[in-house]
Design a protein around this ligand. Structure first.
Ligand SMILES: Cc1cc2nc3c(=O)[nH]c(=O)nc-3n(C[C@H](O)[C@H](O)[C@H](O)COP(=O)(O)OP(=O)(O)OC[C@H]3O[C@@H](n4cnc5c(N)ncnc54)[C@H](O)[C@@H]3O)c2cc1C
Length: 303
């Protein structure tokens, strides 16, 4: 039996019981580490199947991503998957970086193109570096065949994709390049996820698809996020949130209620896994676990 850190994520997602994972982002500045520790120690008690840690736009937080990943792995005992983007890196940089990660014991990487760094509106590939998620995946697969690779999927299509078909062609390219599983962008309407999953299956894409769920914790923040990533807010959700937009606690309660219903429905539809964009906030994840499973553990009860 491999040690926890040696486990690869795709087989976890393929087992019959859905997985539950959590996404962290690295602290934005040195003052935020205390809060990161508090969140990590609280979320460790929920025992998610794995956690992931984002890679900052422009590689700006790379050293923080690495430090945070190490803490999550060594101090808090999570199975950790660092994210990696194409931004600012040549192929050689990527290979050197990942050689270090392999030595540190990581066996899973979420491989992404990345968003344009602050101040830029379009993505510019670095000379000698990959331009698309699929190219990054191909480099990683060739040089590190033992690493399990996650690719991003977009139930409501990526904002730069010309059409849903175009978007699926590019998902296919990531699969062909060697992706082992897919984690989706956040969505609030499960129908868009089911349509996407069906369309992928029809094309013969049979990789596990991990559904990205973000509980709304602030109305202004979620409006900003959804505008950025191209996800839509259903009218039925905005009509609940708009009248209470200024009442933080009420918004959070309604946001958790919505996410709970989404996740229950996903389980009823045999989702491979749920990936929680928890925004480094433990309280929402703890409340979700209590509502979903009646206990402080993020794992569906058997049967
Ligand atoms: C689960 C998840 C985690 C994420 N984590 C991070 C993170 O840690 N750090 C970060 O900066 N960002 C992160 N992102 C955001 C992500 O980097 C952006 O959505 C980015 O714009 C696209 O990344 P991708 O890997 O999907 O890109 P790609 O698959 O390369 O797609 C980017 C765009 O190019 C198009 N495209 C792809 N291939 C081709 C081609 N051959 N010809 C023409 N067009 C093409 C696609 O349709 C799409 O519009 C995450 C997103 C998700 C869903």
């Amino acid at each position: 039996m491999p040690s926890k850190q040696q486990q690869t994520i795709a087989p976890l997602l393929k087992r019959s019981q859905s997985t539950f994972s959590i996404e962290f982002f690295p602290p934005k500045d040195d003052k935020s580490w205390d809060q990161f520790h508090q969140t990590a120690s609280r979320l460790a008690t929920l025992e998610p199947d794995f956690v992931s840690i984002t890679y900052g736009a422009g590689g700006s937080t790379r050293s923080r991503t690495e430090e945070a990943a190490r803490l999550l792995k060594d101090r808090y005992g999570f199975l950790v998957m660092p994210h990696l983007t194409c931004v600012g890196s040549t192929e050689k940089d990527i290979i050197e970086l990942v050689e270090g990660w392999v030595k540190e014991g990581y066996r899973n990487i979420m491989a992404l193109r990345g968003d344009p760094p602050k101040g830029q509106t379009t993505f510019e590939a670095t000379a000698g570096g990959p331009k698309y998620g699929s190219e990054l995946i191909a480099i990683l697969k060739k040089n590190f065949p033992e690493i399990c690779l996650g690719a991003a999927g977009y139930p409501e299509q990526h904002p730069e994709a010309g059409s849903p078909e175009d978007d699926l062609d590019h998902l296919q390219a990531k699969v062909d390049a060697g992706a082992d599983f897919i984690t989706t962008q956040l969505f609030f309407n499960n129908e868009s996820f089911y349509r996407y999953r069906d369309a992928a299956r029809l094309r013969g894409i049979d990789l596990p698809i991990n559904a990205g769920i973000m509980p709304v914790l602030s109305y202004s923040q979620i409006k900003r996020f959804t505008e950025m990533c191209g996800a839509s807010l259903p009218a039925s959700l905005t009509s609940i949130l708009e009248p209470i937009a200024e009442h933080k606690e009420e918004v959070e309660n309604k946001g958790i209620e919505w996410a709970t219903e989404q996740i229950s429905d996903l389980y009823a539809h045999n989702v491979d896994g749920v990936h929680l964009y928890a925004l480094n906030r433990a309280r929402a994840a703890v409340n979700l676990a209590k509502r979903l499973f009646g206990r402080e553990k993020l794992s569906p009860l058997p049967g």
